[in-house]
Design a protein around this ligand. Sequence first.
Ligand code: C5J
Length: 229
Amino acid sequence: MTHGISLHAEPAPITLVPARTALVIIDMQRDFLESGGFGEALGNDVGLLQGAVGPCRTALAAARAAGLLVIHTREGHRPDLSDAPPAKVARGAPERRIGDPGPMGRILIRGEPGHDIVAALAPRPGEPVIDKPGKGAFHQTDLDQMLRNAGIDTLAVCGVTTEVCVHTTIREGNDRGYRCVALGDACASYFPEFHRVGLEMIKAQGGIFGWVSDSGAFATAVRSTTQAA
Ligand code: C5J
């Protein structure tokens, strides 16, 4: 039997069925969170993303304990850049673009140290890692197939950055029929104002493309399922 649990969220609480809910952690990679990677190459203060690590850990620990499907994503490209649109590669300072060498290896390239997920959120064996060339986790990946095969209808989404890859993934998921809940404190942006407004946008108009909750509420809700069992 599948039990629904109420998750405190805005604009209204949402009922989650654990067996149909996945936690999707977006791009918590060294390239975005640490010095010398892609985020810094674009002129950003990477320290601004650190605040999302603890809340992501809270959500991750609760999801693992409750047996939810946990999916990690990484943005990055093949070493030969064959999957990197020239219009994307051409952005940023000319000497530090995608594929150029940096202190954490080639910037935003699969297999390089900078492409790894930060140690605090390292995937466990068996947890799918989706390598995505774009901002959205559904674009040119097998994520949709994986979710459908697992019977998932609801995504709790966290990671970085709020207004870019988290937003794009939630919009893509919403259009594919998934109920998407952003865990606001477990997301972060290089632009605090974009983070704030990005969350507002999701839940405006009665939840135009999703819900907004937080890591603590998510952990409490999914833990209640393990306590009830
Ligand atoms: C960006 C991302 N901001 N993961 N990627 O380029 O949000």
